[in-house]
Design a protein around this ligand. Sequence first.
Ligand SMILES: Cc1cc2nc3c(=O)[nH]c(=O)nc-3n(C[C@H](O)[C@H](O)[C@H](O)COP(=O)(O)OP(=O)(O)OC[C@H]3O[C@@H](n4cnc5c(N)ncnc54)[C@H](O)[C@@H]3O)c2cc1C
Length: 500
Amino acid sequence: MDRKKVIIIGSGLGGLSSGVVLAKNGYRVTVLEQDALPGGCLQCFCRRGVKFETGMHFIGSADEGQILNKMMRYLEIDGQVELARLDTDRYNVVSLQGEEFEFANGREAFIERMASRFPGQTDNLARYCRLVESISAASSLHTLKYGQTDGAVTAEYQLRSVNEVVEEIITDSLLQKVLVGDLPLYAAVRDKTPFSVHAFIMDFYNRSAFRFVGGSDVLVRALTDVLTGHGGEVRTRSRVTRIVCDATHAIGVEVNGGELLPADYVISAAHPMRTMEMLGDTHLIRPAFRKRIASIPQTIGGFSVYLHFKENKVPYMNHNYFAYDTDTPWGCEQYDEESWPKGYLYMHVCDRAGQEFARSGILLTYMRMDELMAWQDTVPGRRGADYEAFVDGRARRLIAALDRRFPGIKDNIECFYVSSPLTYRDYTGTQDGSIYGVAKDITLGSAGRVPHKTRIPNVFMTGQNVNSHGMLGVIVGTMVTCGEFLTPKYIYEQILEANK
Ligand SMILES: Cc1cc2nc3c(=O)[nH]c(=O)nc-3n(C[C@H](O)[C@H](O)[C@H](O)COP(=O)(O)OP(=O)(O)OC[C@H]3O[C@@H](n4cnc5c(N)ncnc54)[C@H](O)[C@@H]3O)c2cc1C
């Protein structure tokens, strides 16, 4: 059999999962990664024997029969990845000016817990939960019912903002804010981010929530093993510098400015702006398309502080903590020198199931790229003493904010490491160091979306910028892109078959 050759650019979740789907369907797959390590946002790093996650930290809907569980089974990684369940009665805690609110798993528990603080909102909470579930259920890739996407529901909530819909359903102004307390998970912006984005993420985690035991890079190993088991390969330190095209289609890719690798198909799982750069000035891509891709807004950049705790000092926190010193989660991206950081997300890394103390944690907050312009032309490790002083100062301010919420924690930190939007830009190729790539924006409609197909018949895109970011968003995007190779119907059949 003539097995067609597919080159996939980028070994993040999008590239690796696409590679698995195509390799198990008979394609010859090579995944090319610019970094020394595969994984993109799934990468972890280890210092002084302690592990830190740089991107993905927790996932949802992974219980038996739930959508992510089904996708993981289809990708043949369900048995390879150990998950640790977060507290079911409070997988997320939102702290607004010191008062804490808890998100519980499951519709009934979620409503009951919120209603115990907001008794007059019980019916509204039930309406809200039903709407969230119905939006997720309207997507056939979430129900796995082929051809049964309810376009009217998805379109309506792609065009209405998170705040508009929440404020229409919930009449208590504090509860309106609490329900968007996890908005750093999708970098939502008031009046811009579609309610559908909020609904998919809320539904995803509300069903069940887990951390990876041993860190998110267990996924990289699992996906790579499946890929190689099906005859595929992952090559690191292999930066694609050009997608080489003839008059009508792509013929291969140029790696590290030299080697030419021929391919029947090319899939880019890199940021679409990087993909446009790799395509150079080929006439096969219209200038209007390039312009559109260049003008799509990006989610804000992320500033992370990786905390190495002293041994046996910090009790393991089996939930995520969203803290706001202001009275609202909205607008944290609009900060100035004094008001930064307006909020942050604090999590622990799970080394083993049932652990008593945490060895490492992460603090994640927003940072705009404009603060880093002085160092925009520098590379990791060589940004200079002034950059080091800047990020160190910011990290200490973030730790001080944490210490106000968890008094004494500062003294239990052995040391810490930092990454800024420049780090994410340089390690993953994301535009302006944006946390989740392109931003969904109700005002842009379809002009703000990144298609999985290009005008070049054998060049495709996948990853977080197509469909959505996050574990499920990226995997759904993989199914959409791979549907071009196998037909969408066949992919649904295969997923269902794998879950019989
Ligand atoms: C701080 C942070 C926290 C997050 N937390 C969560 C979470 O808790 N749960 C969740 O579900 N999601 C989370 N996410 C989102 C999730 O991690 C991402 O959406 C997902 O991992 C993105 O996968 P991807 O394959 O699309 O992109 P990436 O992981 O960015 O992979 C793209 C890859 O392409 C490579 N590349 C780029 N250009 C080239 C080139 N020219 N040649 C070769 N290789 C190239 C890059 O090096 C990179 O490895 C988080 C993200 C961040 C940044």
